[in-house]
Design a protein around this ligand. Structure first.
Ligand code: GLP
Length: 249
């Protein structure tokens, strides 16, 4: 695992955008796995700025988002479909037909999950997966205790995750109780992973990610077994570290 230590959220966002746009520019066809939440907002902002300035082409890019809430329609302002359009897709030239998110409004959620896995596989798998990390170590919406072998599935959100996402909603009652998420195995199948972290509240999670044991109670720990993970983390999220050998600055 390579750890790139940056000063703050802005630097993390710029570095992450450089990382992704250079992959996009140097490929003729690329599948990106994308994440939501507060952490990647700056990455997307910088990708949009880069598109405006450098005209980076996204017509050969296919995207797969990690997760979506169950029960929210695509045009619901708190759905991840809406988030992605508002923060990225509406401002770059990615083809609408190449954009994929799980369908949280499907009649059979189980079928939606199987369909999503087949879709990813049919497109050749994910080349670069962007990840945030939950304070309890969740990746996507894979909460503590999720089997490392899971594919795309429906999850019941923990109260701590609902609390952490509450600020996007008017009140707690509106925060969905379930989501569809790519599974841990689906994430591990990506050829490359870029995990972003910023802020002191992520300190414990980053510490466990880098130095803790492999444990299904801390889902992100599985990334220790992935051959190609880059973590871009700011100083605040890394403050509890004293013994990281492989930090590049
Ligand atoms: C959310 C998302 C995750 C995200 C994580 C951290 O619940 N489902 O994909 O990485 O929690 O969110 P944030 O970046 O807002 O801290």
């Amino acid at each position: 695992m390579e750890v790139i230590k940056v000063r703050d959220y802005n630097e993390m966002s710029k570095k992450a955008a450089e990382y992704i746009t250079s992959k996009v520019k140097s490929s003729t066809c690329i599948n990106l796995g994308l994440a939501t939440g507060g952490t990647p907002l700056g990455l997307y902002k910088n990708m949009v700025l880069d598109f405006q300035k450098n005209k980076t082409d996204y017509q050969h890019v296919t995207s797969f988002n990690l997760d979506e809430y169950v029960g929210l329609s695509e045009d619901h302002p708190n759905s991840y479909h809406y988030y992605m359009k508002e923060n990225l897709f509406n401002y770059i030239n990615i083809l609408k037909s190449n954009v994929h998110l799980p369908n949280g409004k499907g009649v059979s959620l189980k079928k939606e999950c199987d369909h999503y896995d087949k879709l990813i596989k049919g497109c050749g798998g994910i080349d670069v997966q962007v990840l945030g990390i939950g304070q309890n170590g969740h990746i996507g919406f894979n909460e503590p205790g999720t089997s490392f072998g899971t594919k795309t599935h429906v999850v019941k959100l923990t109260e701590s995750t609902r609390q952490a996402n509450k600020h996007f909603f008017n009140d707690m009652d509106e925060v969905p109780t379930h989501a569809i998420t790519m599974g841990i195995q689906s994430i591990m199948n990506s050829r490359e992973i870029l995990l972003l972290a910023s802020g002191a509240e992520k300190g414990v999670a980053i510490n466990k990610l880098l130095q803790g044991d492999l444990n299904e109670q801390f889902p992100a720990s599985i990334l220790q077994l992935h051959p190609n993970v880059t973590v871009i983390a700011d100083e605040q999220s890394l403050t509890s570290h004293i013994s990281i050998q492989d930090i590049t600055t």
